[in-house]
Design a protein around this ligand. Structure first.
Ligand SMILES: Cc1cc2nc3c(=O)[nH]c(=O)nc-3n(C[C@H](O)[C@H](O)[C@H](O)COP(=O)(O)OP(=O)(O)OC[C@H]3O[C@@H](n4cnc5c(N)ncnc54)[C@H](O)[C@@H]3O)c2cc1C
Length: 578
């Protein structure tokens, strides 16, 4: 058994990306807050976000939040909850200015306002043409958000448990009352008793072989709540970003196309003209990713291979080097190519989880499809599903989501926690975490975990990727389930307690396998094509049967699926043309 250390805080925020830090900052205005993060905060994936944060500031040309809301709803193929999208698009403006006032160094227009650029799916006047809405700090927007928020949290004396890994969330009689975390440095368990817990653990792109996501994006928070019996919403919707560096998956921001870059096939054709005549290369990501795949299937990939080109060579060298410095660097470093003169080989890369922990507009976690709230439990950011992205997220809308709903969740906690009664911890709060770790120590180590991970990533890439079909999805469910069974036998080669990263990898693999299973199962059930979920056997969107959110829960050892309606306020579903 591992030694246990105990703490008490009004609120615990799990995750120190943009969502977690924003929530911590707000919550700290009303109560004592601790942040638990498996990474040093500024290493969170938010720090890699390149392109920008969308807000209808109208600094370059007229814009308003209602157009932003329309684009978000249509971009999400009408699966977006419109009350949430309205809230987000209005709040985006306030929160971006708040970030500016905290000191975030945005690029500037000649008059000194926050500069804005075009991004996929963002339009003026309800789809008339692209609009400059993405506020950016070169191609390091996320990095700047993270640094700015971290400084503010330090200033407000938020307590940080850096390199502590969440292993369990504590519940008693349906209420959340704390967390159990593993300290990487010592191997001790820490039980943190809290009135409120906010999950901000980010996405889970690591279930796929080719992904833009950092190695740490393993969906731990989602998997832990799922095992505690809570539902996950819209898990079948996973976004592929069209421009990952060929084979590596490293992201080339959509900002490159926002600045004028275009996609070309082996004949040099700007093929998006055939797929999206109005928005061209700036159509939403699901459409561009499918177009790239279709070109490759039709034999128009470069040299007949499975990639196409991103062409920036017609852009001014200054634009490339000043507005896209980091990606220019990536291309030079990883490919040995100079984007100023040479074409960049790209392929779609697994990028963003639209689904996750269901919440309402206050970032309160929902226990079921009826909307019952789990007292004391909140979620925000990529791990959550509120749902503002529906079936496909627009570029720049995740950074908006994390700051807006992180802010909202933090505010709610600041209001609620000081007044709330303490709930008692369950008996033996660390019991289940101890058991899980003891099993990994008791099992024999070896390279089995690496084999399971590689197979999962390949299956998900092949069968639960850009295009899906019944037989493939069925097979993916079965294979992932076999991998889950095999996982029960994996163990540690390194039994040490201090800085044991193997423990971390095994815990992450277990979570990813569960989430892969839920994703494949929900995708098998949804017999239509919508946004990022494209079924070759059901090529059309079917609003009569499928205009609804899925809610998957673990019952026994099966995925149980329920559904709930989409909130529609201003915009009725229409055909999605760009
Ligand atoms: C390369 C790239 C570029 C992107 N560019 C853009 C963009 O330009 N615009 C845009 O809107 N979106 C962009 N996105 C998406 C966006 O950046 C993310 O969706 C968003 O930053 C997620 O923020 P988050 O706070 O939810 O999670 P993250 O920033 O991923 O943070 C997750 C946090 O959870 C912690 N954590 C996870 N598991 C545990 C655990 N078990 N125990 C303790 N802590 C844990 C981690 O330590 C980390 O602090 C991009 C994504 C990628 C990958």
């Amino acid at each position: 058994m591992r030694p246990v250390v105990r703490h008490q805080y009004d609120a615990v925020i799990v995750g120190a990306g943009g969502a977690g830090l924003m929530a911590a900052l707000e919550a700290s205005k009303g109560c004592r807050v601790a942040v638990v993060s498996k990474l040093y905060p500024t290493r969170s994936h938010t720090g890699t976000a390149q392109g920008g944060i969308g807000a209808a500031l109208g600094n370059r040309e007229p814009d308003n939040w209602e157009w932003h809301m329309f684009d978000t709803v249509k971009g999400g193929d009408y699966l977006v909850d419109q009350d949430a999208a309205e809230f987000m698009c209005k709040e985006a403006i306030r929160v971006v200015y708040e970030l500016e006032h905290m000191g975030l160094p945005f690029n500037r227009t000649p008059e000194g306002k926050i500069d804005q650029r075009k991004f996929g799916g963002h339009t003026k006047e309800f789809g008339k043409g692209p609009v400059q809405r993405s506020c950016f700090a070169a191609d390091r927007t996320g990095h700047m958000i993270l640094q700015t928020l971290y400084q503010q949290c330090i200033k407000r004396q938020v307590t940080f448990f850096d390199e502590y890994r969440l292993v369990d969330v504590l519940m008693r009689e349906g209420r959340c009352c704390g967390v159990v975390a593993l300290c990487l440095a010592t191997g001790e368990l820490h039980v943190i008793h809290a009135k409120a817990v906010l999950m901000a653990t980010g996405g889970f792109g690591r279930m796929y072989k080719v992904t833009s996501n950092a190695h740490t994006l393993t969906g731990d928070g989602c998997a832990i709540l799922w095992r505690r019996g809570l539902p996950l919403e819209d898990m079948e919707f996973f976004q592929f970003h069209p421009t990952g560096i060929y084979k590596l998956g490293i992201l080339i921001t959509e900002g490159a196309r926002g600045e004028g870059g275009v996609l070309r096939n082996r004949t040099g054709e700007r093929f998006m003209e055939r797929y999206a005549p109005t928005l061209l290369d700036l159509a939403p990501r699901d459409m561009v990713s499918r177009a790239v795949h279709q070109e490759i299937r039709a034999g128009r990939g470069i040299d007949g291979k499975d990639y196409v080109h991103l062409d920036l060579t017609h852009l001014d060298r200054r634009v490339i080097e000043e507005k896209l410095p980091d990606i220019t660097d990536f291309v030079r470093t990883y490919l040995g190519l100079d984007p100023v003169r040479e074409l960049i080989p790209i392929q779609p890369t697994a990028h963003y989880a639209m689904g996750g922990i269901p919440t309402n507009l206050n970032a309160e976690v929902l226990a079921d499809e009826q909307g019952r709230v789990v007292p004391g439990l909140y979620a925000a950011g990529e791990c959550a599903c509120v749902s503002v992205h529906g079936a496909n997220r627009l570029g720049t809308n995740s950074l908006v989501d994390i700051v807006v709903f992180g802010n909202r969740g933090g505010q709610r906690i600041a209001e609620w926690a000081p007044k709330a009664e303490w709930a008692a911890l369950p008996d033996d709060p660390e019991g289940s975490a101890q058991e899980q770790l003891a099993r990994l120590e008791a099992n024999r180590g070896g390279d089995e975990a690496a084999r399971l991970r590689a197979e999962m990533q390949q299956v998900m890439m092949d069968d639960v990727g850009v295009f899906r079909i019944h037989a493939g999805l069925q097979e993916a469910c079965e294979r992932v389930n076999r991998l889950r069974a095999a996982y029960q036998g994996v163990g540690l080669s390194d039994k040490g307690r201090r800085f044991n990263t193997e423990v971390e990898e095994l815990l992450e693999l277990g979570g990813l396998l569960d989430l892969a299973w839920v994703t494949a199962t929900a995708a098998l059930a949804r017999q239509e094509s919508r946004g990022g979920h494209s079924r070759e056997d059901f090529p059309n969107r079917d609003d009569a049967k499928w205009l609804k959110h899925s809610m998957a829960s673990l019952r026994g050892d099966a995925v149980q699926l329920a559904y709930k309606p989409v909130t529609i306020t201003r915009f009725q579903p229409q055909e999605r043309k760009y």
